[in-house]
Write a protein that binds this ligand. Sequence first.
Ligand SMILES: Cc1ncc(COP(=O)(O)O)c(C=O)c1O
Length: 429
Amino acid sequence: MKKAYVSKQQVEEIVKKYPTPFYLYDEKGIVENAKAVKKAFAWNKGFREYFAVKATPNPKIMQLLQAEGCGFDCSSITELMLSKSIGACGENIMFSSNDTPAEEFVYADKIGGIINFDDITHIEFAREALGGKLPETISCRYNPGGVFQMSNGIMDNPGDSKYGMTREQLAESFKILKGYGVKHFGIHAFLASNTVTNEYYPTLAGQLFELAVELEKETGADIAFINLSGGVGIPYEPDKEGNDIAAIGEGVRREYERILVPAGMDDVAIYTEMGRFMLGPYGALVTKAIHEKHIYKEYIGVDACAVNLMRPAMYGSYHHITVLGKENEPLDHVYDVTGSLCENNDKFAIDRKLPKIDMGDYLFIHDAGAHGFAMGYNYNGKLWCSELLLKEDGSVEMIRRAETPRDYFATFDCLPEYAELDKIMKEFE
Ligand SMILES: Cc1ncc(COP(=O)(O)O)c(C=O)c1O
């Protein structure tokens, strides 16, 4: 059963200062989970989790992970800058981008981050951008094509994905890069998303370890690390069992000892780039029921909408909902829980069994801590909500304020003189 990490009484206190909707992150959960990840891979001397910044790009959250030894996986220049702003640079940065603009390679190199090439053509592109000099350590992203299969079936379809290089291109890239003076190499692959099985990382690791042994022989490249990237999932549904990170770490160790150690490659570091597993369960969207509508179905309208959490609208994703204060009441009502966008897919839940919802009830939308707030947008002129951190001592800190209409208007340099923006804002404020 999924349990909210705040009570109705706590939320009633919080809203006195910070109105709904807001994201609420659980510091204790984040830190304990990060420690468990570190422990699961402690057998590997060079292990590092590079938190996927795209999942939860908030400096305060990143600092919590930084304190647990995490580096940062960035996909854009602003994510690189965000990492730099909290003092992360050098080998604590992995730049796993794709379709990358030249200036982003330049900035990644400037702050000493590890560049992870998505394509063989990026080598010349980046070399030119960097004035002919590539860094000593480079990673390349692998795409084996076909389908990624495990004992329990097809997990995903790399052959259809835009990322990474073919096996031949990878070998060719290593040779070219060696010729340009690169000394240390990494192999990266992300082959399946939100996997809820302890076998994903070990299976992927087995494939990448075998590839690493072959490539070292074939190209003479020194393979310094293997990056298993992200993809370790969380159980969004309440009856689903979650991953056991200790078993996952152990499974990767088994493959390491089976493949890399006998090949004399026992100094290869294991890197990960998890986002969802690091933050997903430790962030929730808290929203208030403000309307009920009885037409052909029963609707509950809340004060958040898909701009605050787009996963249900975009992928039809399930997010469990707890009606705070009604945890033990029977689930004897069936609702669509909707936001206010002029889009009929703006529904946090469809035909969901819930307790009777009264206006003013607070809904705790679970597992929104990763790829939640981060995927927000401004459609319909809707504004970004605030992010709050529930600290271990029970206090609450605002770690990003809600957007205001002034923020929305801030990029319109074209407003006419007569717009009297200040007057309009003051009427609102
Ligand atoms: C390159 C890369 N690394 C890491 C991640 C994080 O994945 P997840 O949050 O599923 O662990 C992503 C997700 O899109 C990604 O594209």
